[in-house]
Ligand binder design. Structure first.
Ligand code: AHR
Length: 384
């Protein structure tokens, strides 16, 4: 029963994916930038409501089996969540959001596995969920490849998989993906820097990148997006090394950069806030002055509360959000499946771009005009 229902779901989500991608194979891993909601056109709150149509999706693909939902009335729905780890403030917020949403009070029994950034452990976690015969599996993939075999096992077991945050690039055997557009985040950082450098009269950019976990879609998208602008502008990339999305990693890489490139760099891009915190410690220790009005422009991603505080303190010059609060949308996907409907194949969570007033400049991404949010006490208070 479960298997036939899953086959119907996968077939119908593939049809939706093909439609959404203009006739090309469904590619949720790399949602074309044109499909991404530009920050200014999708104010966070409105977009959050708009882009969660899952629960309203017509149950057009409902099958006979759908009359028997995974959990009968009154029973808890069993959900397994293979989480990346606990490397960052972002991750902590993502975990909390999932645990809050998939609580017993809300009708769920959540099996949560912190995979500690270990891809083998993550595959093992998914297989343990298959053994437990959970009703749904949520995966935040540490890296974007190596998934087809285990997702085939999920399919054979008739368990729908929902991918959250990072994408899977080598398999389409999942029902929905819910997350941010990392490529657009990277391009936004590049386009902002272009406009900001022009305003400041900075003619030469020599930049360093502290990358996220190698092979994660968050690292790939942000690096590729930024490099696309850098290449077009003729900026000079001095080096790029991974800090694994951790504060310790960011500090270690920046310590080595400070030694190798002393006096040679004027931009540091950290692919998340925790790396930026580590890089700040390293630059402080090396006597490098960074932030608005200083020698080095520090760019970061995530825009967690602690990151925005560093923007306010004049340390991080601009911070490009990655919204970790996808769990409510994932729940809507599950409820759609429970009622025999077909959720959307790709659901983008909107992001905003943050800076202090003087660092806010006009820029576009792929022709879409962006707007930035000024960091204030109220904005920090409202952030994750
Ligand atoms: O996949 C999202 C990224 O992973 C966030 O930017 C980072 O903080 C986390 O570790």
């Amino acid at each position: 029963m479960k298997k036939k229902l899953l086959a119907a779901i996968l077939a119908s989500t593939m049809v939706l994916g093909l439609t959404a991608c203009g006739g090309q194979a469904a590619a949720p891993a790399a949602a074309p930038a044109a499909e991404a909601a530009p920050a200014e056109e999708a104010p966070a709150e409105e977009a959050k409501e708009e882009e969660a149509p899952a629960e309203e999706a017509p149950a057009e693909e409902a099958t006979e089996e759908a009359a028997e939902p995974a959990a009968a009335s009154g029973e808890l729905i069993n959900v397994g969540f293979a989480q990346v780890g606990h490397e960052s403030d972002w991750r902590t917020a993502s975990t909390k959001s999932c645990q809050d949403v998939f609580s017993e009070a809300n009708g769920y029994n959540l099996s949560f596995v912190d995979c500690d950034n270990d891809s083998a452990a993550q595959l093992e976690a998914v297989r343990s969920f298959i053994e437990q015969d959970v009703d749904y599996i949520i995966i935040d993939p540490i890296v974007s490849t190596g998934w087809d075999t285990v997702l085939t096992e999920c399919e054979d077991a008739g368990i729908p998989v929902i991918v959250i945050d990072r994408t899977i690039d080598d398999s389409d055997k999942y029902v929905s993906w819910v997350g941010s557009d990392f490529l657009t985040e990277g391009k936004a950082a590049g386009e902002w820097l272009k406009a900001y450098a022009a305003k400041q009269g900075i003619s030469e950019i020599n930049y360093l990148i502290i990358q996220g976990t190698t092979g994660s879609s968050a690292q790939i998208g942000r690096t590729d997006g930024f490099r696309e602008i850098a290449k077009a502008e003729g900026w000079n990339e001095l080096d790029a090394q991974t800090g694994d999305f951790t504060e310790a990693g960011g500090q270690e890489v920046m310590e080595s950069f400070c030694k190798s490139y002393a006096g040679k760099f004027n931009v540091v891009i950290c692919e998340n806030d925790n790396e930026a915190f580590g890089a700040m410690t390293a630059m402080d220790n090396a006597g490098v002055k960074y932030g608005p009005g200083n020698d080095v422009i520090l760019i970061s991603y995530d825009a967690c509360t602690a990151g925005l505080k560093e923007v306010q303190a004049g340390k991080i010059t601009a911070d490009f959000e990655c919204n970790p609060l996808a769990a409510p949308t994932v729940e809507k996907v599950i409820q759609t499946l429970q009622s025999g409907g077909t959720p959307e194949a790709q659901i983008l969570v909107p992001d905003n771009w943050y800076a202090l007033k003087d660092q806010i400049v006009d820029f576009s991404v792929d022709g879409n005009k962006q707007s930035m949010t000024e960091v204030t006490d109220a904005v920090i208070e409202a952030q994750y």
